[in-house]
Unconditional design. Sequence first.
Lengths: 338, 338
Amino acid sequence: MVASREVQLKSFPTGNMTEENFELATVQVPSPGQGELMVKNLWLSIEAGMRALLHEGDAHFGFGKGKPVRGFAVGQIIQSRHPRFPKGGYITGLCNWQEYYISNGEGMQIIDPNLVPVHHYLTVMGAMAATAYFGLLDVGRIKAGETVGVSAAAGSVGSVACQIAKLTGCRVVGTAGSDEKVDWLINELGIDAAINYKKVDDLQEAMGAACPEGIDVYFDNVAGKSLEAALEVMKPRGRILACGTVHDYDGGGPAGPANYLQITQKRLSVQGFSVLDYMDRMPEYLSRMSGWITEGKVRSRETVYEGIENAVAAWIGLFQGKNIGKMLVKLGDPDKVE
Amino acid sequence: MVASREVQLKSFPTGNMTEENFELATVQVPSPGQGELMVKNLWLSIEAGMRALLHEGDAHFGFGKGKPVRGFAVGQIIQSRHPRFPKGGYITGLCNWQEYYISNGEGMQIIDPNLVPVHHYLTVMGAMAATAYFGLLDVGRIKAGETVGVSAAAGSVGSVACQIAKLTGCRVVGTAGSDEKVDWLINELGIDAAINYKKVDDLQEAMGAACPEGIDVYFDNVAGKSLEAALEVMKPRGRILACGTVHDYDGGGPAGPANYLQITQKRLSVQGFSVLDYMDRMPEYLSRMSGWITEGKVRSRETVYEGIENAVAAWIGLFQGKNIGKMLVKLGDPDKVE
């Protein structure tokens, strides 16, 4: 038996979630049975989208009151009675927010620690980052010379979207919530313009000034007010890639833009999509992205909280914009395996 | 000189428009000069979409304080000094809400009074009705067997959309605002189900019951609350044809759906479009539609107000749902022409 701390959902949040909605508990994890493995979680992926699943009566992916919070993680196999998952190896997948757990391997992917640092499988090499790749290239079919707008541009998906759009030869304009983020986007990631939406009086005006010819493709992670501004700046027949609605995930109010009429008047398209439809093309993504990382063309940046006791703070912090790049919680270092 | 009454815009409405926003004036219309014609308006087309243009500082199509209201009309040429527009002929196009006017013919189409009654060029043979045709067949690419939802189904565009979708072999479900409209949709136009949204407690539930397998294509004239219900009932990868947002035209509040997130979660597409992009294909439309009318496959229904002094009441009435089918104002009968 191994003692393992886990984050449990005590109550479904209404409006902004708080520490009171969660509880840290300690459970005893038994040894793995035949066909099972014990995993030591090293990194938890903190994701905005998971907040959207946290609704009473409408919970998905195993969320429930009194149950552990669910999320993507990277862990190390520290015991194994499963032939496909050797002890010492690293895996990633959807699991619970736990320090240790038993798995039968279903839905878990083995990852290569020699290709990139293992936590990159939750950042630029992760499925969430692949959202940017498939969204821009497959759904949006962006072309060199087009102007691409990205909301939550300094976030985990947005920052990858910015970099892929630049690599494609687009003019890229991002919005973010701090001067530090704006600085990073422009000076480190090399995008063409970035706007601190908290500092401008009129976001539409600022976006219009940054995109004098309008936006061809808008990679939308947020919806709500920032989408309203973007709709006014879109070119006729522009394409909006509806990736997410961070605006309303954590009690931010309705995500639909008040000026929805612009969609009709400008003949815009809005296309919802999910990376879950591209899982069969993840090898293509991993191959291209690892190449870009190796060549120094894509950078990963993380904001790291330490310890499972700070996982909820990290999640809450995500909605307060405390992350630059990917928000992660580091649970521990890998065990030495003989 | 001919005395002609006209409806002028006195003030831009805020919220619901009222009679006080308009003024009936009498002006003297001179005889046509060389290359001009005098038109006697017979029918005014009352349109929801025109209300969206009536915003101070954001007026289009010639709207302005102290100026005549603009709109589509059918008129008779009663004097002509223009070789292409013979006296006695009928024309349609965008003009002022006037009993008589002088035109140089620009932007006006000659119509054939022998093909269908002339007011049909503002109803099923009009460009607004063609919105339904190009929206469903070209943008939406509806196929036999699909379920098509139509909002404002008893309106001028919606009722044509319902009939074209039925002719294509679709299952058609419409929403409308009175039992009389529902009865007309089901018993006269032959659609599969119709819902009086004013009488149901839960529109989403009612739409779900009427579309047990979900909606493939939603022809949206309204946006707002009815779109929210439809989003919950859409099939994954469903297509939303964003034709209009009647919900917000006349002070109804933001048109964007609160549950915009459904677009991402269900991978829906929303495509804005305008019939103005299909003007070169109007001959195709007129040919098919006149065939359908002749064969009795498409029916036109009008709600008619009489006299230019009632044009504003008709426009206000449109937003109160007082029309079944097309709202028209009849200004007069054609002159006898020797």
